[in-house]
Design a protein around this ligand. Structure first.
Ligand code: TXA
Ligand code: MG
Length: 313
């Protein structure tokens, strides 16, 4: 059931149940981050391996501090600039946090989301919420309450309505476990904004062993095979749908076209990216052809998602 009733959602979470929650990036499947029995339900529902850690959502910096053993100065600087917002920090975890929440890791990924409903919900609960994106493992992330309901049906009895996600792509993950901060996942906070504050920031190589499941080569994938547009290797058969910022390749007769932003605005494109991908996935196509985004701002995160969605094709 989709509800706007914060008290109903808080009561369910206090009982140890799982609730779908809105954030500015994507919807999450939330449980009490300090209760491993509740957290176990999230892994089971998502069909997610238990060694793939969850992101913990808090409503204040004080609450974030209580979950870690050390908060580096550079991380505090980022917090003062970018929280609440689409930036997740990986820090050494305190003993308060059950091992299951962090997939057995001695670090914790934390953020303050900026959706008002969810901040109010966390305050009402009085505990942090562990929440991965509310999609079955490896599938397209949800950006509306209805997407969550469509994926999980009765298995998620309660979803808090917060409207469509304004950012539309998962948070940027930055690790502080080594001396210098390092980007583990490109996301809703553009790299340029991080670098403006920190100087050049390293990124985990794509070929390296994944240290975050969002880093698995195959992820965020539609069921319909997705190919990235390559003028040298056109698709020659079948029904084709196009996913594009605003460029329409010639020589194709597309069955469906999703233009994400007519004037090439990457924020607008990100906010409708996953919805458009879902619509194409439901349009009984043989191929989704995706045209790459400019490799700047949110375009980097969108290209990263396209690459992972296309990996096996
Ligand atoms: O925007 C978001 O980040 C959304 C919303 C709901 O907040 N959440 C999200 O969660 O994308 P999920 O589970 O789909 O992705 C969490 C990512 C994974 O790649 C996971 O490996 C990484 O966070 N992560 C969590 N804890 C970590 C840790 N201790 N060290 C390294 N990576 C971690
Ligand atoms: Mg996810």
């Amino acid at each position: 059931m989709i509800t706007k009733d914060l008290h109903l959602a808080a009561a369910a979470l206090k009982k140890g149940d799982v609730v779908g929650i809105p954030t500015e990036t994507v919807y999450g499947l939330a449980a009490n981050a300090l209760d491993s029995r509740a957290v176990a339900k999230v892994y089971a529902m998502k069909n997610r391996p238990v060694d793939h850690p969850l992101i913990v959502h808090v409503s204040s910096f004080e609450e974030a501090k209580s979950l870690v053993t050390h908060f580096p100065e550079k991380a505090k600087l980022l917090v003062s600039r970018f929280w609440p917002g689409p930036l997740t920090l990986v820090l050494p975890k305190s003993n308060r946090v059950p091992d299951l929440t962090t997939g057995g890791m001695q670090s914790i990924a934390i953020r303050i989301p900026s959706k008002k409903e969810t901040l109010d919900l966390i305050k009402l609960c009085g505990f942090p919420l562990a929440a991965p994106s509310a999609n079955p493992f490896g599938r397209i992330s949800p950006t509306t309450a209805l997407h969550v309901e469509q994926s999980f049906g009765e298995n998620v009895p309660l979803i808090l309505e917060g409207g469509p996600c304004s950012v539309g792509v998962e948070s940027t993950i930055l690790s502080f476990l080594n001396e210098e901060p390092c980007v583990l996942r490109l996301g809703g906070l553009p790299l340029e904004e991080l670098e403006e504050l920190l100087g050049p920031v390293a990124q985990v190589g794509k070929s390296a062993k994944p240290i975050a499941p969002g880093m698995l080569p195959q992820h965020y994938a539609p069921k319909t095979p997705l190919k990235i547009f390559d003028p040298k290797a056109p698709i020659s058969t079948g029904k084709i749908g196009l996913l594009t910022l605003n460029f329409i390749p010639s020589g194709y007769s597309f069955q469906a076209i999703e233009v994400l932003s007519a004037d090439g605005n990457l924020e607008e494109a990100a906010s409708s990216f996953y919805s458009a991908l879902r619509r194409l996935d439901e349009a009984h196509l043989d191929w989704i052809l995706a045209h790459c985004f400019p490799e700047t701002g949110l375009g980097r995160a969108l290209n990263d998602r396209l690459e992972r969605a296309s990996h096996l094709n």
